[in-house]
Design a protein around this ligand. Structure first.
Ligand code: CAA
Length: 259
């Protein structure tokens, strides 16, 4: 992988989309490297949370690669959309939490990439948008679906139909990001959050992600059953015994073992 870097830091890791000369635009190679990265992280039991960011100071990801897309046929366009959608769905359904640390432009496929993560925080320099209709296409890596689910459908439609870019403060106001940091402090904040998550009981954290994601796709009665089963499954873990035992014995729990 040359287009995506992975750095392990204790029980969390930082992944960086690394194509800064093209503002980290997503061509087929970057997408394939991202797919490989997801496989590597999923196979590594030590990694309990992931931070995803972009290389350089200007961009998280400035979109899918316009040069590569410019000559696609109808069938090739559909296949390119499927490639991005399949990989972003794998990212969204990774067992561990993923924090997008949005360090600059998050346009088109870049905004869509951030929306496939669990949590979005950004630099005060970040810019968001779905500029696709200005290029003669629709958002193609989940933007029409995830933006409308994440913020209000009316605001999602306004952003997508107008192709207007918004700054960090507006992204915060409409609920697209959870917090804004001075650019120089963004990575420290993202890593602190990942470290905090990684110190909690990992099986329980993964169960929470699964319950929230799967519950959102189900009706309330089914969703509550999903929660009950995952809640129950925690009671056969050593980390639950340690966490509750420590509380009752009025001591700090030992580091969680992921067991
Ligand atoms: N695809 C390919 N190359 C891109 C790119 C993209 N999405 N975004 C930036 N680049 C390249 C530029 O072509 C340029 O390369 P060269 O130096 O070789 O000319 C380099 O990155 C630097 O970019 P700029 O010179 O344009 O930098 P800037 O500071 O003047 O402008 C910008 C920054 C406003 C982000 C501008 O680059 C831009 O508008 N980029 C395109 C944004 C966009 O439309 N994204 C959506 C793509 S469509 C999509 O993503 C579809 C989908 O949903 C799957």
């Amino acid at each position: 992988m040359t287009n995506v870097l992975l750095e392990k830091k204790g029980h969390y890791a930082v992944a960086t989309i690394n194509r800064p000369k093209a503002l980290n635009a997503l061509n087929s190679q970057v997408l394939e490297d991202l797919d490989e990265l997801i496989g590597l992280v999923n196979a590594d039991e030590e990694i309990r949370a992931l931070v995803l960011t972009g290389a350089g100071e200007k961009a998280f990801v400035a979109g899918a690669d316009i040069g590569e897309m410019s000559t696609l046929t109808k069938a090739e366009g559909e296949a390119f959309g499927k490639k991005g959608n399949d990989i972003f769905r794998k990212l969204e359904t990774m067992p561990i939490p993923v924090i997008a640390a949005i360090n600059g432009f998050a346009l088109g496929g870049g905004c869509e990439l951030s929306m496939s993560c669990d949590i979005r925080i950004c630099a005060d320099t970040a810019v968001f948008g779905q500029p696709e209709v200005g290029l003669g296409i629709t958002p193609g890596f989940g933007g029409t679906q995830r933006l409308a689910r994440l913020i209000s459908p009316g605001m999602a439609k306004q952003l997508i139909y107008t192709a207007r870019n918004i700054k960090a403060d507006e992204a915060l106001r409409i609920g697209l990001v959870n917090a804004i940091y001075p650019a120089a402090e963004l990575m420290a904040a993202a890593e602190k959050m990942a470290d905090t998550i990684a110190k909690n009981a990992p099986i329980a954290v993964r169960a929470c992600k699964k319950a929230i994601n799967e519950g959102l796709d189900a009706d309330m009665d089914e969703a509550l059953v999903i929660e009950e089963k995952l809640f129950g499954s925690c009671f056969e873990t050593a980390d639950q015994a340690e966490g509750m035992g420590a509380f009752l014995e009025k001591r700090k729990h030992e580091p969680y073992q992921n067991k």
